[in-house]
Design a protein around this ligand. Structure first.
Ligand code: 8X3
Length: 257
């Protein structure tokens, strides 16, 4: 992916899953990294791997996107030589539970809104002014096929990802007169810790989500992020949907017996 080398990329939720996958692909392509997540020990390990293997600068810092003061500390701690960020990947996000709306756990709904929606607003507010000032920057929001279509049991999660779609679209229109590029990536089934988190650690339920199907990997999604960012400056990939070959919509999945 020509064009990533020497760029400075911020990734939220970088300690696992798609975020970690993006960090790896960007490191392989010589982008410097600013990685945030709550689990700093995992970021430490990732930093060690990536900086030695690829000779890039990797800055890591604790980040809870639901806590504005945590976001302030994260931004303030970025070293001088990495302050002119080129790429922002809003990746931190989660699903909690599969429940019909009449039985939704409102704490779970609230937490999804805090991370998936308010978290993106908070991070955008932190980095967008710099992008506008420098007239430069790519913003990639990791949305979901759940942002394009609601499905039974997903009212909370789907609502948050529809919100991500709405804010991404509004932002793209706001910066149309600038060189900024705004992209939403909507993955379908990706095998990560996503389903373990969604089902509160129930391994059986989590495994069933990917049963009989070759799900996407974090690396598959990470490749698309690298593709989007490495297009020539006049090319803006606005929306990108990626699903396994045997998935056609959130609930249209062909599973081998
Ligand atoms: C994850 C995809 O279909 O589980 O965002 O909502 S889905």
């Amino acid at each position: 992916f020509a064009g990533l080398s020497g760029r400075i990329t911020v990734i939220t939720g970088a300690s696992s899953g798609i975020g970690e996958g993006i960090a790896k692909v960007f490191a392989e392509n010589k982008s410097h990294l600013i990685l945030g997540a709550r689990r700093v020990d995992r970021l430490e390990a990732l930093k060690k791997d990536l900086s030695t293997a690829h000779g890039i600068k990797v800055f890591i810092h604790e980040l809870d996107v639901t806590d504005r003061s945590s976001v302030d500390r994260f931004v303030a701690a970025i070293p001088e030589d990495l302050k002119n960020v080129d790429v922002l990947v809003n990746n931190a996000g989660l699903a909690l539970g599969v429940k019909h709306a009449f039985e939704n756990d409102l704490d779970q709904v609230s937490q999804m809104i805090d991370v998936n929606v308010k978290g993106v607003f908070t991070i955008l507010k932190a980095f967008l002014p710099g992008f506008m000032e420098r007239k430069k920057g790519d913003i990639i929001n990791i949305s979901s096929v759940a942002g394009l279509e609601g499905y039974p049991g997903g009212s909370g999660y789907c609502a948050t990802k529809h919100a991500v779609q709405g804010l991404t679209e509004a932002l793209r229109k706001e910066v149309v007169a600038t060189p900024l590029r705004i992209c939403s990536i909507c993955p379908g089934l990706v095998e990560t810790e996503f389903s373990q988190v969604r089902f509160g650690g129930d391994q059986e339920k989590a495994k069933n989500v990917y049963k009989g199907i070759e799900a996407l990997t974090a690396a598959d999604v990470a490749d698309t992020v690298a593709y989007v960012v490495s297009r020539p400056a006049h090319v803006q990939i606005s929306d990108l949907v990626i699903m396994p070959t045997n998935q056609a919509a959130p609930t249209v999945v062909h599973r081998n017996a």
